[in-house]
Design a protein around this ligand. Sequence first.
Ligand code: CUA
Length: 151
Amino acid sequence: KYEKIWLVFGLVSLIVFLSIVGVSAFSHGHTPAGGMTTIDPKKVNETAPFDKPGVTQIDDDTYQVAIVAMAFGYTAPDLKVPVGKEIIFKVTSTDVVHSFTIDNTKVNMMVVPGQITTKSYTFDKPGKYLILCNEYCGSGHHYMFTEIEVY
Ligand code: CUA
């Protein structure tokens, strides 16, 4: 009788332990300065700011960039942002887990369906930056990339 109780206790502890490890790995590893908000993955196209993906100027020093990731590409036409301004990236996925990684920067966001991942970044050099997915998301994973122009 006691053995069964201990077995259940052990399993419960294991689950609690794994979820703590999972949650902390997630929050520390991928979005250190960002946050998470939930979103209905089926209604991404109707939910602001993803109803109008792309660059929006918020004020003199701040721009927001809304991006939808899906297999196998990013919906965000005409990504052009100024150098030296705060760029707030907001990214979500409509299908599976992707990443939003800007080459040669510290931007490396995990993009999860049902969640909005936010990260603020200021580019200090103009140029064209490669955006790619470094989270394996299926057969087209390697074709999943786009570009952002910093002027
Ligand atoms: Cu999307 Cu890999």
